[in-house]
Design a protein around this ligand. Structure first.
Ligand code: SF4
Ligand code: FES
Length: 638
């Protein structure tokens, strides 16, 4: 540790820390633009100049390492004079369009100009003009004259999103932030550049000119779009959501959100969204009031129960529903006497049900992903399914983590991948069996299968896992939705246990864990989502789902709905349903998931013994899965 003195106060910080870190530790604000705690140091704005005793000139606090006994003044006459000088340079070319700038009221330059800017400019020459840029439908770069070249947006692309979509061209006064020729910014987390831009150069296209920041009221929320549960601030004006921005939470989403978290609020105001309850009677849709709608729903459900029994009622809910919704749906269905409720709409293998205690979850705090040094990802389209988790894995890779993939497609993860097994989903079980065999050989333990040969590729993945100090094996959404999901669980868990890695499951929706905890799954012999579709019910309650898109077998689902007497659909948009169905109106809710990071690891599932040898695969790699192995003994792994 190194002890330094800042503005008369002493503080100890790690050797190699910057003066800015020491000031932050003391809660001393040093004005800055290019510095950001999650980005590398660029030191190109010079706004953070401070006076350091014995230094011949002011030094940038963000880029000056502390030394033992260093004495720093952040607000001395000399420091202030330097900061004011930098501000004068920054304002030379910055347009005076604050009254019509979307950043007005939350602009770092505007705020700091109040404290460090002059009341009049000494610059009489014309200001430079920078032509606007087309960066796509989400980020507006219409006023690039406002750019102060802090390069935060450039560094975000390179360091967090994993792809450099913006860069700085030119020198000095001719510097410009550009995308590559005719290219838009397409990263799945690109919207964070809007938050990072300290001026109004990059702004949100959907939000442009919709409101001033001081007109917005703020509500905390949680993203419903994936199982990460990113913390959000929803900004509202006149009962209308106008903007969604991140709520910083280092344990979950850090200070980022994905583009779908940020921009999907636009769907709330889609033209085809239901706003009032509607009933279809005599082939005609008609708007009704809430009491009529609820009475009709109650009548319909009671009639089905009276005529066909409570078991004829089934409820299917999206995993992105809130815990409260899932809990109340379970209460409703069970009060009617049915246990047919499920939220695992895309799952097709339910053979682990009844053998598993607890809910499948990540198996570790989200923030621990950054600290992994080995990771095996199975069946995960990470950038699409969990964009912010992909950013965490990218961060871990930068720190030396070796990632191995068992996947069906060779997706671009925007990070170096150490080992890849790109095989058909039907060959994933066999691939894991080979990795398990290789792990057993390396560890000198009994192999789960006898007589199996591990491929070179499987051995490399096993080697990688066995040499890690902080390893994890994670099952992605595609693995969870595989027809062999239970077998994949068992193999993945065996590999994790044998290598000392942590095992986890990446849930499909915001409440993939909460759905289990609040009883949105059958627990007294009721039907799961697959059986409810294969054995059509007379009445369905569909919660927050679109049956033609959200289920494992959309055709069978639509047929089952067409054959039902009653379908009740609280949705946020109009869904084309078979004729003669009743429907209820939308409910707009905020996302909410329970925190399960401290839950104990859930016990090993005990699915039925898988068929062996596994089916021959004609995978892209040409690896044969034929084997003379015998069936594994599952009891060994309990
Ligand atoms: S566009 Fe904004 S974030 Fe990017 S360099 Fe310019 S001021 Fe910085
Ligand atoms: S914040 Fe230190 S140079 Fe920009």
């Amino acid at each position: 540790m190194v002890e330094v003195e800042i503005d008369g106060r002493k503080v100890s910080v790690q050797e190699g820390s910057m003066v800015m870190d020491a000031a932050n530790k003391l809660d001393i604000y040093v004005p800055h633009f290019c510095y950001h705690k999650r980005l590398s140091i660029a030191a190109n704005c010079r706004m953070c100049l401070v006076e350091i005793e014995k230094a011949p000139k002011p030094m940038p606090a963000c880029a000056t390492p502390v030394t033992q006994g260093m004495i720093v003044h952040t607000a001395s006459e000399r420091a202030k004079q330097a900061q004011k000088g930098v501000m004068e340079f920054l304002l030379i070319n910055h347009p005076l369009d604050c009254p019509i700038c979307d950043q007005g009221g939350e602009c770092q330059l505007q705020d700091l100009a109040v404290g460090y800017g002059g009341s009049a400019s000494r610059f009489a020459e014309p200001k430079r003009v920078v032509f606007h840029k087309g960066l796509g439908p989400l980020i507006s770069a219409e006023e690039m004259t406002r750019c102060i070249h802090c390069t935060r947006c450039v560094r975000f692309g390179q360091e967090i999103a994993g792809i450099m979509e913006l860069g700085m061209a030119g020198r000095g006064e001719h510097s410009e932030i550009l995308s590559f020729v005719d290219k838009t910014v397409d990263s799945e987390i690109s919207g964070n550049m809007i938050d990072l831009c300290p001026v109004g150069a990059l702004t949100s296209k959907p939000f442009r000119y919709a409101a001033r920041t001081w007109e917005l009221s703020r509500r905390k929320s949680v993203s419903p779009h994936d199982s990460l549960g990113a913390n959000l601030i929803v900004q509202v004006k006149n009962q209308r959501v106008l903007r969604v921005v991140p709520l910083e939470n280092e344990a979950v989403n850090d200070c980022w959100i994905s583009d779908r978290d940020r921009f999907s609020y636009e769907g709330l105001y889609a033209a085809d969204r239901l706003l009032r309850p509607m009933l279809k009677q005599g082939g005609q849709w008609r708007e009704v009031d809430w009491s009529d709608a609820l009475a009709s729903v109650a009548n319909a459900l009671n009639n089905v129960k009276a005529q066909h029994g409570a078991d004829a009622i089934g409820a299917l809910a999206a995993p992105g529903s809130t815990a409260e919704e899932l809990f109340l749906l379970g209460r409703l269905v069970r009060a009617l006497g049915s246990d047919n409720i499920d939220f695992r709409l895309r799952q097709s293998d339910f053979s682990a049900d009844g053998r598993r205690a607890g809910a499948p979850h990540l198996g570790m705090p989200i923030a621990d992903i950054d600290r992994l040094d080995r990771l095996l990802l199975i069946g995960a389209f990470l950038r699409k399914d969990h964009p912010l988790l992909a950013a965490r894995v990218r961060h871990a890779v930068k720190r030396g983590c070796k990632v191995s993939l068992v996947q069906a497609t060779d997706d671009e993860l925007l990070m170096p991948v150490a080992h890849k097994a790109i095989v058909a989903p039907s060959a994933w079980v066999a691939e894991l069996a080979q990795i398990a065999t290789a792990v057993a050989q390396i560890k000198g333990i009994a192999a789960p299968v006898v007589g199996g040969e591990a491929s070179e590729r499987a051995r490399a993945i096993a080697d990688s896992l066995c040499t890690g100090q902080a390893a994890a094996v994670l099952l992605g959404n595609a693995a969870e939705q595989s027809p062999h999901a239970a077998q994949l669980h068992v193999w993945a868990q065996w590999i994790a246990q044998a290598t000392g890695a942590r095992f986890g499951v990446l849930g499909a929706g915001a409440n993939s864990v909460g759905g289990y905890l609040v009883g949105a799954v059958p627990d007294q012999g009721g039907m799961n989502a697959r059986v409810m579709v294969e054995q059509p019910r007379r009445a369905y309650l569909l919660w927050n789902m679109e049956p033609e898109f959200d289920t494992a077998n959309p055709a069978a689902t639509m047929n089952a709905l067409a054959a039902a007497d009653t379908v009740i659909v609280p949705v946020t948009g109009v869904t084309e349903l078979p004729a003669g169905r009743e429907r209820a109106p939308p409910f707009l809710t905020s996302g909410c998931i329970p925190d399960c990071s401290s839950s104990p690891p859930w016990p090993l599932p005990r699915p039925p013994v898988p068929s062996w040898p596994p089916p021959t695969s004609s995978s892209a790699t040409g690896a044969s899965t034929r084997s003379t192995r015998t069936a594994p003994s599952w009891t060994r792994w309990r």
